[in-house]
Design a binder for this molecule. Sequence first.
Ligand SMILES: [Zn+2]
Length: 395
Amino acid sequence: MTVFNERRYCIDDALSRRGFLGSAGLAFAALALPQRLQAESSANERTADKRTVRPFKRYSDLLETVKKRGYKPRVLGYAPDKSPIVGIKAGGDKLPAIFISAGSHSTEQAGVAAAVELIDKLETEHQVYVIPCRDPIGLNGYMYALSLSLGEEPKIESMEQMERLLRDKGEVLLDADGKLLVLIGEYGYANRGLYRKVEKGAKFLEPLKGRRLWFPSRYEDVPGSGLFERAYTQVVTPDSEVLHINRFHDTSWAPVEIRCTRGLMADIKPGLTFDLHEYGGDAFWFSARRQRTDEDEIWERRMAAEAARAVKASGAKVAPDDYSPGSFFSKLERGVFWLDPSQRGEGLNLADFAASKYGGAFTVETGMRQPFEHRVRTSMLTVQTAVRVFEERYR
Ligand SMILES: [Zn+2]
């Protein structure tokens, strides 16, 4: 059993209690009635499983879709480009609440689409809160990220052109071993991911301390995450470590996206949390978290077992018996792993944080080499099945 150090779940109380986040719960409560009326009025738009689910091209498309379906997103805060980071309330009135989030890694768009679909496809009496995209800039793509420093989106069609532009417009911080990193304005721009690829404390990272950097998506066989379609956000910590947006949940220094998420969580105290991700393979797996009490852990195991069973029964390809996502995972059953953040290091991600403070938590990983819609359905099925078990607990 993982024993968490108390210090590790200290959250920034000043922000969550006094700031805009403190009022989020009240705002949600006030919204409940009109929101449902709006939702009913647009019931036709939401006819069951007929709609085709595609990756969102831009964050504004996501916001538009949510509004068209009759939901009023609540602004939790603003990303550095002033994009609103939103939460949407769905489900019923029953507690404990369920929290669903996605999009901290911008190349993993089936998770984002699934989170949006679940807003009205997750049938439960429990309150449901969804932050469908934790990284609006990343979703908008690499040219968009570049526009934040250049003033406009450059027209670039190849990696070569892009690298030329970075060298031309930026202050070169690193240009070695195929890795290019430049500083333009407030932000870093790289040609590839630097997470775990550069040394913590490296001198060339100093100008980027506390800032973010982006590198472009470049999958050739993953529609929606092709060349430049997404900007993958990485963050250079104050002690010069390159991390990403699904970290920092237990640190007082944290980018705004994380502060929005944990502020909402402080308000709703979710009994069950899902973070919808993807990975570069073609099979499905997900990770569970050790719980604070035996009772919670029994239910975590039950939810995990039922969700795994449902996904297998759906015919989806599940990770093979001998698959391991990494050294800090231990197998619970085929396709399901415990994740131990104390072995991984780098602090707590969203699901780690949820488990350390609130209750049940899962990180879902669909395989990006499967068709998009199939990944969305598998992600949704995992959540829907676990929620049914969660409901049994509170019946
Ligand atoms: Zn991810």
